[in-house]
Design a protein around this ligand. Sequence first.
Ligand code: ZN
Length: 243
Amino acid sequence: MTILLLSDIHANIEALEAVLQQATGHDTVWFLGDIVGYGPDPQACVDRLRDLQPEHWLAGNHDWAAVGRMDVAEFNPEARRAAHWTRRSLDAPARDWLWGREPLAAAGEPPALLVHGSPRHPIWEYVLDASVAMDSFAHFEQRIAFFGHTHVPTLYEERVDGALRHPVEEGTPVDLASGRWLVNPGSVGQPRDGDPRASYAVYDPVALSVTFHRVPYPVAATQDKIVKAGLPGRLAQRLSFGW
Ligand code: ZN
């Protein structure tokens, strides 16, 4: 039994296809939100993910912003432009579908928590440091929570003296059999840890382990589409650097 953990696809179909080509044979998909926003292929990504019939499909802040369920006033100008463009690029069933997603779910056996942002504020809080991670551990009951939103593959373990951030190593299973954990698989479509390759993880709820993976994709193809769509050029450039 293995579960493909995906987050922050951000309308990047090339990155999503590269992940799906490498990550085969898993029993199901848990998606942690932000299928759209920033990228040039929102409709194709919604359709492709729907084909996979994920067991869980969370909303992210960009998903809600694109369909008008959340105000885009808090977004930076680039994200706001992309949100308006995304809304026009989605068909009505896709907009309805995204409107109906929630940013939090209880999942699996043993029970795990899935959130887009953080357990405390599932839609918008970023778990970017040990102090927010420690606060986060107080806001869920399960042993393991999976989150997205930061676009950084991350692993925190709860310790009595604080949240310990473990280094993320590609391809090596991390033992989650004891302790409490916060796990972020990183971003498929817009990594922000300085590595431009698409990021994802595989969770094994029987062995109780998680394994992080990276896969290259044709970045230039996505960048061309972003420019041709008239989206802000910086959204294309940042993909080269994974930032
Ligand atoms: Zn995101």
